[in-house]
Design a protein around this ligand. Sequence first.
Ligand code: FA5
Length: 408
Amino acid sequence: MPPRLLLAGPICCRPGEARNLSSFDVFYLSIMPTTDGSHDKTLAALGVTRPEQLAFLFAEIRARFDSESGAVRDETAFKQFRDAWLGRKSGVLAGITDNWLKPATPELKRAVGAGLNELRAHVDAQIESRRVVIESGAEETALAKERVDLSLPGVVRPIGSRHLIRQVFQEIEDIFVSIGFSVVEGPEIETPYYNFEALNIPEFHPVRDDMDTFYLELPKSGPGPLLLRTHTSPVQIRTMEKQKPPVRVIVPGKVYRRDNPDATHSFMFHQIEGLAVDTDITFCDFTGTIEYFVKQYFGPSVKTRFRPSYFPFTEPSVEFDVSCIFCGGSGAGPGGATCGKCKGSGWIELFGAGMVDPAVYGFVNYDAKKVSGFAFGMGMDRLAMLKYGIDDIQVFFQNDVRFLKQFP
Ligand code: FA5
């Protein structure tokens, strides 16, 4: 129960606190209005019949307003608070107008009007100053949130680099372009004609066993069998079909074979083909070109050798070896063991090559009596491995950033 209250002039006293009680003891309130909701009741219902009683009611409402106003801290609370007091329909001031002023008796009307005006002026002024405080606080908070500190270090995004195979191709391209070769490309999906037959490898030829692989499944009504090319040599044919001698091209690209993966074999790898055809190209031009390339690529100290070999589309054919860069050509590994990379031979096979077989010219309408030339097909991945000391071809295709980052 709230303590009993009395009116002492405009001042509210608790019983026993007031002086001269006897002279004021007439204003005990017959109803002690809790001001919460008092504006929803008429003055008659609140038991107010004399103007002097109004001062207490207005003082209580104003005290409630002031305490609520002090508790408003943010924009949402401010809006609720403002509407609770000034709302047209259900605000406290609207309630006082409707429930106290309008139905007030003639004796009370004037005092209610005056009290209400005073209260409204106070509420308006306080709400306005509260709005200013809240809005500037909100602005400050928003500014603090949005502030950009230009002195902070930025987000460093890792920048990728070209794959080592691409870098190696660039090196090789620069060397060949410097001696008059240009770069051409061809499709990775090939017909058996370009991949085999036009290279003098008919269907029955045993060399197909090494390469015959990865045919595409196509509808029977389609253009005939297609396969993933097993080497870049088909582009020799495509180039000569389009171009009359002199021809000097290199052809980089991916090729596919049925090889099981190991440290030096992958089912997909990269080759770089070379082809030079003109009226008087000799075996010496061929060896001179190859040796020039190898010395430029590996450095002057590397030793080279040709070994007889066989390819259906070159005659004579050779395998080209370089001295092992891991053991310096000695064949000896660490601690007197055999070098694991060249298997003790001191040599590493780099590529196949040879003088273009005259039979091939027949497929491209070149006159084999008038033209001659050489061709080679290098494994680009192995060239990269040898130069950069990489002992497993698989790392090129595993996309391990720790490996790739070593070749920025
Ligand atoms: C050929 O592919 C011939 N087309 C090369 C050629 C071109 C000869 C022009 C004559 C004239 P070969 O199958 O040897 O040849 O492959 C050439 C090179 O590719 C090899 O020396 C080797 O470096 C590389 N190579 C072959 N198979 C793989 C494999 N599975 N993984 C990685 N590299 C390979």
